[in-house]
Design a binder for this molecule. Structure first.
Ligand code: ATP
Length: 198
């Protein structure tokens, strides 16, 4: 999987539509302080389904919509589209996959995969265990880096597990253990009822 293009309109400082092509060889984005470099990674994180606005350096969800400037009115919508080249990591039969997220100032959200309307959980499912999901660590902010470096060994282990793709199996194991537990309880109830009838 490879990032191909990012388009953003009305997202944070991007009052005009921006389009960034991630051609081969792009390793860094440079610019003056406050020019919007981190807003680019915030846009990627947001379109992939980030729901915690604090991870996007905001306090409420509408903080991600362009708030206006001395020369520009605030906008009523933020929209981000990420295009990825799919080499099989994403389980859809397309070489190129786009995901789009919109937020209206009214609070309404919309999500799209390849221009088809979908739910947030469809986006989570598409990127699950690819490392690029909303809880993945492919996009690491400066604050997150500090968190990782200062984290306790058990917390750091979770990062490694996520990177190694173990999380999916741990979640499935937990689900199975819960089902087994529920079944044990049901069996106990059935045995109680049988005991009462006899
Ligand atoms: P640095 O090099 O200092 O880390 P940066 O290039 O990463 O800076 P960002 O943090 O991406 O810059 O961008 C910060 C700018 O984005 C600030 O000028 C801030 O006012 C602007 N900004 C953030 N949210 C919004 C918003 N909702 N509407 C308008 N501008 C916004």
């Amino acid at each position: 999987m490879q990032l191909k293009r990012l388009e953003a309109y009305g997202f944070k400082s991007f009052a005009d539509k921006i389009e960034i092509e991630f051609d081969h060889g792009v390793t860094a984005i440079v610019g003056p302080n406050g020019s919007g470099k981190s807003n680019i990674t915030d846009a990627i994180r947001w379109v992939l389904g980030e729901q915690n606005v604090r991870n996007l350096r905001g306090t409420k969800s509408e903080d991600i919509i362009f708030t206006g400037s001395s020369s520009r009115k605030p906008l009523g919508i933020a929209e981000v589209t990420l295009t990825l080249l799919n080499d099989g990591d994403l389980s859809l039969p397309f070489d190129e996959i786009t995901v789009t997220r919109r937020l209206f100032r009214s609070g309404e959200s919309e999500f799209f995969i390849n221009k088809g309307k979908c739910r947030l959980k469809d986006i989570y499912a598409l990127f699950a265990d690819t490392g690029l999901g909303h809880d993945g660590i492919s996009v690491i902010s400066q604050n997150k880096m500090d968190d990782i470096l200062n984290s306790r060994p058990e917390e750091r282990r979770l990062f490694f597990e996520e990177t190694a793709g173990i999380t999916k199996f741990r979640d499935r194991k937990n689900e199975s253990v819960k089902k087994l537990d529920d079944t044990e309880k049901n069996l106990t109830r059935v045995n109680d009822i049988i005991g009462e009838i006899e």
